[in-house]
Design a protein around this ligand. Structure first.
Ligand SMILES: Cc1cc2nc3c(=O)[nH]c(=O)nc-3n(C[C@H](O)[C@H](O)[C@H](O)COP(=O)(O)OP(=O)(O)OC[C@H]3O[C@@H](n4cnc5c(N)ncnc54)[C@H](O)[C@@H]3O)c2cc1C
Length: 466
C-alpha cells in the first residue's frame, strides 16, 4: 500500500472494470470508508452477468425442456406438439440481464461508489485516465479488474466468419446447424445447449477427448453421453478454413471433410484485457498470455496497483474473482490481510448431462498422494426407468490411503452442480472416507451413491521393467 497521505489523492481506490471482482472490491472497500471510483467501459456486471454464467445458464435451462417433454410421456403425460421460439428466449433473457445490471448499479450506488461509464487506462502508479471525460484521477490504490475476452484463435482463412461467446447470446435466429470449436467447458456447454434446442451440432476439438484437465473417466463419460445425444464429435481435428457459400458457411476440417453450417462458434480460449491498458507506463509487465502477475494478496510489483479476477489468469471463475476482490478490500482497506486459497475449488460444467467436480482427478491424485483408493459407480437414474431416458449417472471418489481423506469427487448426471456444492463442504472440511460412510443415505436419490460406495476399484499397478 502507498505510504503517501490520502489528501493528495482524488480517491482512495480506483477500480478499472465493473465485473465480478471489481464490483465486489469496490463495495467492500467503500464499506470500510474508502472513497471509491469505478470505471466500466461496457456494462456493469461484467462477463458473468452480461455474457457469461447467467445468460448461459438461462440457455441451458431452455435446452433441457425437450428432455422433460419426452420424459413426461413415460409417466402418463400427453404433452402434445411442442415448439421452441428462439426470439422469446433471447428477449426474456435480455430483460433479466437488464434487471440484474440495474441491481448491480443500485448496489454500487448504495455503497457510495461513484460509477463512470467509460474506458479507463493507467497513466502511472497512481493516475488513471478516464477516456470519456478526459479526466485524470489520482488514486491512492488502483485495482485492475478488467477481465478477459474470447478470441477467434487460431487464425485461419475465413476465421472472421466465426463468432465467439460474446455474439452467441445475441443471434437473431437459432442456427439450424452449428459447428462449435473447442474442448473446454464453454464449448461443451454451448454444444449441449444447441443440441437440446434441436440444432444439428458438430463439436470439433483438436484433442482426443473433451474437457482437458478433468478426470479421464469423466472425460470419457461426457464423450459417450454427447455421442448418445446425437452430437457429432470431431475429435483430434482442427479447423483449416471457413468460406461463405449460398447455403451457409463451409467449414473445412483438417481431415479434409467439409461441414456446411449456419454458424461457427469458436470457444478455444480467452485472453486477459490488458492490451492498451497502460500497464507498462506504471512499470508492470504482463506474462506470455497477457495476464498480470500478482502475489497472494493480489498485489502487483507496483505497490499501489493490485489486480483480481480473470486478468490475473489464476482460476477464471466468478466466485474466485469475487473472493479475490473481497480479499483485496479486506487486506488494503479493512482489518484483515487475506490470501485466497485457490486449492480446492468446486466447479460445475453445465453440459447436459451436467458435471460437478471438487479436488483431484485420479492421475493428479496418484501423482500427489501416491497410494490412493478409487471408488466408482455408473448407473441408470431412477427416473429413466419410466422415462426411457438414456443418460447415465457417473460418480467417482478418490481417497488418499494414508489419511483416508476424500481428495476428489467427480459427478456426472442431473444436478451434479448442485450436488458438488454440498459435497464440496465436506471435502473442504477434510472429510474422510469413513465420514462419507457414516453419513446416512438419503433414499431414493442419486446422491446417496456418494455415501454408499464401499469397494474400491482394483487398480492394476504398472509392472516394473528391467
Ligand atoms: C460464456 C461464459 C460462461 C461462463 N460461465 C461461468 C460459470 O458457469 N461459472 C463461473 O464461475 N464462471 C463462468 N464464466 C467465467 C466468469 O464469467 C469470469 O470468471 C468472471 O466474470 C471474471 O470476473 P472479472 O471481474 O475478472 O472480469 P469480468 O467479469 O470480465 O469484468 C471485467 C469488466 O471490465 C470491463 N473492462 C475491461 N477493460 C476495461 C477498461 N480499460 N476500462 C473500463 N472497463 C473495462 C469489462 O467491460 C468487464 O465488464 C463464464 C465465462 C464465459 C465467457
Amino acid at each position: 500500500m502507498s505510504s503517501s497521505g490520502t489528501s493528495s489523492f482524488d480517491v482512495d481506490l480506483f477500480v478499472i472494470g465493473g465485473g465480478s471482482g471489481g464490483v465486489r472490491a469496490a463495495r467492500i472497500a467503500a464499506g470500510y470508508g474508502a472513497r471509491v471510483m469505478l470505471a466500466e467501459e461496457y456494462r456493469v456486471g461484467g462477463t458473468c452477468v452480461i455474457r457469461g454464467c447467467v445468460p448461459k445458464k438461462l440457455m441451458v435451462y431452455a435446452s433441457r425442456f425437450a428432455d422433460d417433454f419426452h420424459d413426461a410421456e413415460g409417466f402418463g403425460w400427453s404433452v402434445g406438439e411442442t415448439r421452441f421460439d428462439w426470439a422469446t428466449l433471447i428477449r426474456n433473457k435480455d430483460r433479466e440481464i437488464d434487471r440484474l445490471e440495474g441491481i448491480y448499479r443500485a448496489n454500487l450506488d448504495k455503497a457510495g461508489v461513484e460509477v463512470i461509464d467509460s474506458r479507463a487506462v493507467i497513466e502511472d502508479a497512481h493516475t488513471v485516465h478516464v477516456l470519456k471525460t478526459g479526466a485524470r484521477v489520482r488514486a491512492r490504490v488502483i485495482l485492475v479488474a478488467v477481465g478477459a475476452h474470447p478470441t477467434l484463435e487460431p487464425v485461419i482463412p475465413g476465421g472472421e466468419l466465426g463468432i465467439t461467446s460474446n455474439e452467441v447470446f445475441h443471434l437473431e435466429t437459432q442456427p439450424k446447424r452449428i459447428l462449435v470449436v473447442g474442448g473446454g467447458y464453454i464449448a461443451v456447454e454451448f454444444a449441449g445447449v444447441f443440441a437440446g434446442l434441436g440444432s444439428e451440432v458438430t463439436l470439433l476439438h483438436r484433442g482426443d477427448k473433451l474437457l482437458r484437465g478433468f478426470d479421464e473417466d469423466v472425460r470419457d463419460a461426457l464423450g459417450e453421453a454427447y455421442l448418445q445425444r446425437g452430437i457429432d464429435l470431431a475429435l483430434g481435428t482442427t479447423l483449416t478454413r471457413l468460406e461463405k457459400t449460398p447455403d451457409g458457411i463451409a467449414a473445412t476440417l483438417s481431415d479434409g471433410s467439409v461441414r456446411v453450417v449456419d454458424q461457427v462458434l469458436v470457444a478455444t480460449g480467452r485472453r486477459p484485457n490488458t492490451t492498451g491498458l497502460g500497464l507498462e507506463k506504471a512499470g508492470i509487465t504482463v506474462d506470455e498470455v497477457g495476464a498480470i502477475p500478482v502475489d497472494g494478496y493480489s498485489q502487483t510489483l507496483v505497490p499501489s496497483i493490485y489486480a483480481v479476477g480473470d486478468v490475473t489468469n489464476r482460476a477464471n471463475l466468478t466466485p474466485i474473482a469475487i473472493r479475490e476482490g473481497h480479499a483485496f478490500a479486506d487486506t488494503v482497506f479493512g482489518p484483515k490481510p487475506t490470501i485466497v486459497d485457490h486449492d480446492l475449488i468446486p466447479t460445475a460444467v453445465f453440459s447436459t448431462p451436467e458435471i460437478g467436480v471438487i479436488g483431484c482427478g485420479e492421475a493428479a491424485a496418484r501423482a500427489i498422494y501416491g497410494e490412493i483408493d478409487v471408488y466408482k459407480t455408473a448407473f441408470r437414474p431412477m427416473k429413466a426407468t419410466l422415462s426411457g431416458g438414456k443418460d447415465r449417472v457417473f460418480m467417482k471418489l478418490i481417497v488418499d490411503r494414508d489419511s483416508d481423506k476424500v481428495v476428489g469427487v467427480h459427478i456426472m448426471g442431473h444436478d451434479a452442480g448442485e450436488m458438488i456444492q454440498l459435497a464440496g463442504i465436506a471435502v473442504t472440511m477434510g472429510a474422510t472416507k469413513a465420514d462419507f460412510d457414516r453419513t446416512v443415505a438419503v433414499h431414493p436419490t442419486a446422491a446417496e451413491e456418494l455415501v454408499t460406495m464401499r469397494t474400491p476399484v482394483v487398480v492394476k499397478k504398472p509392472v516394473a521393467v528391467g
